[in-house]
Design a protein around this ligand. Sequence first.
Ligand code: SAM
Length: 174
Amino acid sequence: MIAVLRWGHRIPRDSRITTHVALTARAFGADAVYVDTEDKELEETVNSVVRRFGGPFEIKTGVNWREIIRGWKGTKIHLTMYGEHIDDAIQRIPQGDILIIVGAEKVPKEFYDLADFNIAIGNQPHSEVAALAVFLDRYTHRKGLRKEFSGGEIRIIPNPRGKTVVEEHVSRRE
Ligand code: SAM
């Protein structure tokens, strides 16, 4: 299980970036995203991508982030530009259940202590979306992007020169 916890989500300011965090998590091999602030519109946007392009992928908003972190049985990774460079730490991060924490605004000091690893995707400021994508790509040994999705309404067929999209015939129980 790979889950992402997005902390500090502010509506409407972070709506677009948090959507990108969730879609990047899904596309790069994570199973779920948890967002601290309740945001039904964000849930609907992500769920509509899952309906159209497939899952499984879960989004939950309005979560108690402390409970999620404290109750997490696997490894907790906090992505921060102040952490250990990913190249120096990736070998020590065990494979298994992981919770990846990304902030929206400046995160409380508590996160640095609650996490098992504070990991920098380079020690320069950039974006939580970029940080998450690079981390997942490295952590999954490039396999995250090959994740198979199922149950979607449509599927993209890779095409070097144009768009090919096929409709899936999925029987759904109402
Ligand atoms: N200004 C805030 C601060 O310094 O704490 C954070 C703003 S940053 C746009 C939002 C999130 O992006 C951070 O909480 C972190 O998760 C992620 N991030 C940005 N640069 C990063 C880096 N070089 N390595 C890992 N994560 C990074």
